[in-house]
Design a binder for this molecule. Structure first.
Ligand code: ZN
Length: 257
């Protein structure tokens, strides 16, 4: 499961290894190739960005957008190194100088001009705490637009806080002491601000831990801990699948109201 911090970490890792290198070969298996791939030959890998769970690799004026969803993976192979997965699963294969960047199984590989992809991504996703343009005030407004929805559902909507996946939303609501079934209209301004502040803190913490090679499991307080004592009050953690998306939901019946 790739949540925002994992997507950003993967993008950062690829760029830290291959940034500045030149495209020598490229092939893609995708219906979203909107330019002639040959135009990318000779172009330099100049940057990366992420929008929630979307990764954007930039090659001068061109861009490649990836969404890994559940099963997509990115591999870097050195010169002469053998592929470690079935070549039939390859969605994108780029030789950058002597290295090979191979993306397997990603459901979205979109190739276009970088500005076109950027413009589209900005419309597609909400506020992302990992981006420089993060605007917490706007994130609060985006939550408050969903008055009649459950906060647990709203936090999964990538058009609200981008990059929050199922584990993060459980951990955010536990820390904010808010029950996932509470409707947005039942929350006061302080509740919404607390949710936004904790989201920012936790997403950034995950990204930093990953960069340092440390495990994020140390930050998991309730996800997957059904029946175990709440780390705050000792009450057993409860589990259910929240409608309408049937996502795995954990909460402390005493701490979260
Ligand atoms: Zn508790």
């Amino acid at each position: 499961m790739t949540e925002g911090p994992t997507a950003r970490y993967k993008a950062w890792l690829v760029y830290s290894k291959l940034g500045g290198k030149i495209v020598k070969r490229i092939s893609a298996k995708s219906r979203r190739v909107n330019i002639d791939l040959q135009e990318l030959l000779g172009k330099k890998f100049t940057g990366f960005d992420t929008y929630g769970k979307n990764i954007l690799f930039i090659f001068e004026r061109y861009g490649i957008r990836l969404h890994l969803m559940m099963y997509g993976t990115i591999h870097i192979y050195g010169e002469g190194e053998e592929l470690r997965k079935d070549p039939k699963l390859i969605k994108l294969d780029i030789t950058l100088d002597t290295h090979r960047l191979v993306v397997y199984n990603a459901p979205i590989v979109e190739i276009d001009y970088a500005y076109t992809l950027t413009r589209r991504l900005k419309k597609m996703v909400g506020e992302d705490p990992l981006r420089d343009d993060w605007d917490p005030e706007r994130a609060m407004k985006l939550i408050l637009r969903n008055q009649d929805k459950k906060i647990g559902e709203v936090l999964l909507d990538q058009r609200v806080i981008a990059g929050v996946g199922n584990i993060l939303r459980n951990e955010i609501l536990f820390r904010a002491r808010i029950h996932p079934d509470r409707l947005v209209r039942e929350l006061n301004k302080e509740d919404v601000k607390r949710i936004v502040d904790i989201s920012e803190k936790l997403l950034r913490e995950w990204f930093e831990l990953k960069k340092r090679g440390e495990k994020i499991s140390q930050t998991i307080l309730i996800y997957g801990k059904s029946g175990k004592p709440c780390p705050v009050c000792g009450t057993p953690i409860r589990f259910y699948r929240q409608k309408p998306h049937n996502r795995r939901t954990y909460f402390c019946p005493k701490c979260q109201k």
